[in-house]
Ligand binder design. Sequence first.
Ligand code: KIV
Ligand code: ZN
Length: 407
Amino acid sequence: MGKKRIQIFDTTLRDGEQIPGCQLNAKEKIKIAKKLEFLGVDVIEAGFPISSPGDYQSVKEICKSVSNTVICALSRAVEKDIEIAGLALKYAKRPRIHTGIGTSNCHIRYKFNSTPEKIIERAISAVKYAKKFVEDVEFYAEDAGRTENEFLSKICENVIKYGATVINIPDTTGACLPEEYGKKIRFLKENVKGIHKIILSTHCHNDLGLATANSLFGVMNGAEQVECTINGIGERAGNTSLEEIVMIFKQNSHLNLFTNINTKLIYSTSYLVSECTGMKVQANKAIVGVNAFSHSSGIHQDGVIKKRETYESINPEDVGINKSSIILTARSGRAALAFRYKKLGYFLNQNYLDLVYSIFLKYADEKKEITDMELKIILKKANFNNKKNNKVLHTNTNNNSLRINVL
Ligand code: KIV
Ligand code: ZN
């Protein structure tokens, strides 16, 4: 069976930027958009133009700065929103309007004080109106995760009839379990007339920490596009993280799925987004957290020094990180200590390593992490102790004997 290409729809600049304190100016948005194009995303959701004049302007400028990636603008199922989105996209080479409406009972009743029939009418009108501005129209069924599958099918069938090219099935509140979300996608694939003419998209939120798992199940059950953000930023607990879903496909060739992402640019993109938004990446974040390729316990360090794969399933170079790091803490062993000294140019023989290690442990018990500077201080201390005992210290560098100066 041939491999299936999954489209990556990046919404860092829209869903990601919605979070408090994360607002980006036009210059930052353009810089990120260019980086996303370079990274290889298929679609950039550049903003929600009706939301503010600044957002409108940014979407317009992004359209001029990006060469070939599809640029998408969000709107509600409201004519004025759609019109403004259409105008903002005027300069895009490949424009897409993303319009839609809440479809769950909760949204229909409490948000719109409406009925399912009227919601279908509004969905159809929105798609028809958006088609006046662009050919490529994506429809979102907001809160699809909590929408009954029969009703969801009905609304999908209708918007396809009126020209929707992509249908987005958001798990807006992150309420679904992976199996449940996967079944929803499969149900749509098997029951909606015309579904094979359009691209079916996942859009999962992370309220229960399941956004990436839900997107994966969506794709495994027939979805062709994943909506995601860099570093998983987004409303509340965030969205599916681009780096996670892309690396899941790459690491699991049996899934027969691939994307257009140049994974070697993942880390630099993550860094840029974190710098611009001011949103620090949590240390233990999969793929891009500072600890993602750091090893601190003695057993793991010993293994990684012997062969990286013993404790790493992903090669850090694949995501643009030069190497795994060996962090020295009180849980580290002699192998890690010798490894770090070797990097500083000191080759310690076994007896000397034992002595240095005992001093190291005293330091490490009092500190979180031992730095290169402290390693040098530890070495001086070891020399000093030896000098007191009238011992001459030698260390070996390959075949040459290097004497460490006693200071
Ligand atoms: O989470 C969601 O439902 C959304 C839609 C507006 C696409 O972000
Ligand atoms: Zn969302």
